[in-house]
Write a protein that binds this ligand. Sequence first.
Ligand code: COA
Length: 260
Amino acid sequence: MSYTNILSQIQNGITTITINRPSKLNALNSHTIEELHTAFQQADTDTQTKVIIVTGSGNKAFVAGADISEFADFSVAQGAELAAQGQALLFDFVANLQTPVIAAVNGFALGGGLELAMAAHFRVASDTAKMGLPEVSLGVIPGYGGTQRLPQLIGKGRAMELIMTAGMIDAAKAYEFGLVNHVTTPEELLTLANKIAGKIARNSSVAIAAAINAVNAGFMDGKNGFEAEISEFGMCFGTADFKEGTQAFLGKRKPVFPGN
Ligand code: COA
């Protein structure tokens, strides 16, 4: 499948989706969001894809935010619709994907860019990355999940300050806050993301999907994470991966997971 604003390629079971609008610092316009939805959906249903990496093209930006030129004259109703549609198509969609998603943050991750990185299951960053939610400097608030996911990841007080000041933190601070798991050089960023993805890809994909569901349940209204864990744990006992994983252990060999 060919796209206008993104690239998607698979290698060794790892699909890398690259947002590719460098002249606009990879800002997310509606077409890019639709293309990302399609690419994530395709990768998730592709049995060859074990892990997805999302990154930005060029060395300046991961994503510098939602495309401000698209919504500058929106009404109240259009503003609410923009947030609802974006969350459904991309941000909640990615957070609840059954395939693990790693964000490789290669530069500015601002507004919708940081929100996309936070929707991923975890993040690695280059030491040139800068992150923030500058929406209040535009007279608006984060609308793609930022007011919820930032406090979950770094704590309420830090999130309040970052949102209220419209400030940016560098990669070292993001690491200290737990917003990113690893920091490396720009040259090594995708190598590192691929190395971690490779470790994930060796494990049971059905068990990983169950773990994503259980962890996410604890952050959802009206769901009990412990109950979700019990249910997902039980589900694993009915899978071929569980039989293979346990038999391989008992037989002192490496498992070859069928992925179901
Ligand atoms: N939406 C639309 N266009 C954007 C954009 C965004 N969020 N972020 C950057 N761009 C565009 C710029 O308009 C510019 O386009 P042009 O060359 O056609 O004028 C191009 O990308 C390069 O950006 P520029 O501002 O010239 O780069 P810079 O190095 O001077 O500054 C930033 C980089 C990231 C600090 C600055 O682009 C910025 O503040 N962007 C907006 C961040 C933001 O508020 N995001 C939240 C949106 S809700």
